[in-house]
Write a protein that binds this ligand. Structure first.
Ligand code: FES
Length: 135
């Protein structure tokens, strides 16, 4: 009876260990196949007036398109490079602010102050006629 119980427990532990290895692998494979690379998003320039911004999700990454008062359109990842919180656009300060540890970025994505050491990732953006094309 005890031997049978130990065999069952070993089998349960084996399945658990196997599953803990298999699950991350399955997540990795499904994430890389989920969205095709090269996907593009397009907006009319008039949809984002000067000084305004629009939150988007691009290739699974929360991002923001900003029509900078002094620099035209830019698309940046909203994922803070410190520990991954999502930054918010502060229109009046012309900054991107991280609510977690007070990281501050300028509208080019460069670090102004706080704990982040790297700029926000810029996402490819092109102007095609009246459209802003992301990706
Ligand atoms: S996660 Fe943004 S400053 Fe820490």
């Amino acid at each position: 009876m005890r031997r049978r119980f130990l065999k069952i427990m070993l089998a349960v532990l084996g399945f658990t260990a196997f599953g803990s290895l298999l699950y991350p692998l399955a997540r990795f494979l499904s994430a890389t196949r989920g969205e095709p690379k090269g996907k593009q998003l397009a907006f009319k320039k008039t949809e984002i007036p000067i000084g305004a911004a629009r939150d988007i999700v691009f290739n699974g990454t929360p991002a923001i398109i900003i029509n900078r008062p002094d620099g035209g359109f830019v698309a940046l990842s909203r994922v803070c490079t410190h520990l991954g919180c999502l930054v918010d656009y502060d229109k009046s300060k012309k900054r991107l602010l991280c609510p977690c540890h007070a990281g501050v970025y300028d509208l080019d994505g460069a670090v102004i102050s706080g704990l982040p050491t790297r700029p926000l990732r810029e996402i490819s953006l092109k102007i095609k006629g009246d459209d802003v094309v992301i990706g």
